[in-house]
Design a protein around this ligand. Structure first.
Ligand code: SIN
Ligand code: FE
Length: 295
């Protein structure tokens, strides 16, 4: 495997379009097939008065990311108060707006279906995070959310490296999802009967986990816990420079964030019905593999 197998480069420099129709088609097909779309010239530029915010000092002690929930406007993970807090929220909102506009221009077929989810700001050095294997995003994994069941909806994420000192963000990208699933699904422990109902009843999940959600969480954990897989699995190193952006279905693409600091990220949820080719989606891959409906 090499970088061109897992990544597609598009030299778009504007957040607000327009994007030529053949690029739109290429972008959507590449994304859905499990490649990282890389935009080397798509830079998110913090304003001069936002520069002091580009520091791990804005985190509260317990968190590695700051998150902004677009449905409530709630900003979490920062110890900032007053006007500095407002400035941080404004920068993240500006990024969320730019990211959403960009996606609408790049993939108009998604526009009507996009559900903007959390915006995150990741000022800390990845390497410094003390974590358990399950929380360690330096290990290859697919994304799945413990408290937010998606019922087969997709997780699409746009990242921008805004490191003021020019530090690149280093990722590794793994093998195709279907190969990973082939190897891991037969080894997964089944979910405890009734656990999804219980978690929802206790308010520990926002809605009920489907069999799909259970399986994706187990795949996330199993990959991270398997040291042998981490060292031996096919993987390609990507260097994502400061001033660049990239877009990826993180529920489909095995990824590890190894090194770097100061990135912004916008998550979108998308229904399967928005896919140009839903057969690539993790839900469809897992349903083929298990021979049963998972949502
Ligand atoms: C992840 O989704 O695993 C983390 C990506 C990043 O922070 O670069
Ligand atoms: Fe991840």
């Amino acid at each position: 495997m090499n970088a061109s197998d897992v990544m597609e480069t598009l030299t778009i420099a504007r957040w607000d379009g327009p994007v030529p129709a053949d690029w739109q088609r290429r972008a959507r097909a590449s994304l859905e097939a499990g490649r990282v779309l890389f935009f080397p010239a798509l830079a998110f530029r913090p304003a001069p008065d936002e520069r002091p915010l580009l520091s791990p000092a804005v985190l509260d002690n317990t968190r590695k990311n700051i998150s902004l929930d677009p449905s409530t406007g709630r900003l979490g993970g920062t110890s900032l108060a007053g006007s500095e807090r407002e400035r941080l929220a404004a920068m993240m909102t500006r990024f969320a707006t730019a990211a959403t506009g960009f996606l609408r221009a790049l993939a108009p077929g998604y526009a009507a279906h996009l559900e903007p989810a959390r915006t995150s700001f990741r000022p800390a050095e990845i390497d410094d995070r003390p974590t358990s294997p399950r929380q360690d995003d330096r290990r290859l994994h697919v994304d799945a959310f413990p408290t937010r069941p998606l019922q087969g909806r997709r997780i699409l994420r746009l990242f921008s490296n805004i490191a003021p000192d020019g530090t690149a963000r280093h990722w590794r990208v793994g093998e195709p999802f279907a190969d990973f699933a082939d190897a891991f699904v037969p080894r997964l422990r089944p979910a405890l009967p009734g656990s999804a109902t219980l978690l929802a009843a206790l308010g520990l999940t926002k809605g009920r986990r489907s069999a799909y959600d259970e399986m994706m969480l187990r795949l996330h954990d199993a990959a991270k816990r398997d040291g042998d897989y981490q060292s031996r699995a096919p993987q390609v190193a990507l260097e994502l420079p400061a001033g660049s952006s990239w877009l990826v279905y993180t529920d489909l693409v095995l990824h590890a964030a190894v090194r770097g600091h100061t990135a912004l990220e916008q998550t979108f949820y998308l229904p399967l019905s928005a896919m140009a080719d839903p057969e690539h989606a993790p839900l469809r891959v897992l349903e083929r593999l298990t021979g049963r409906a998972l949502v």
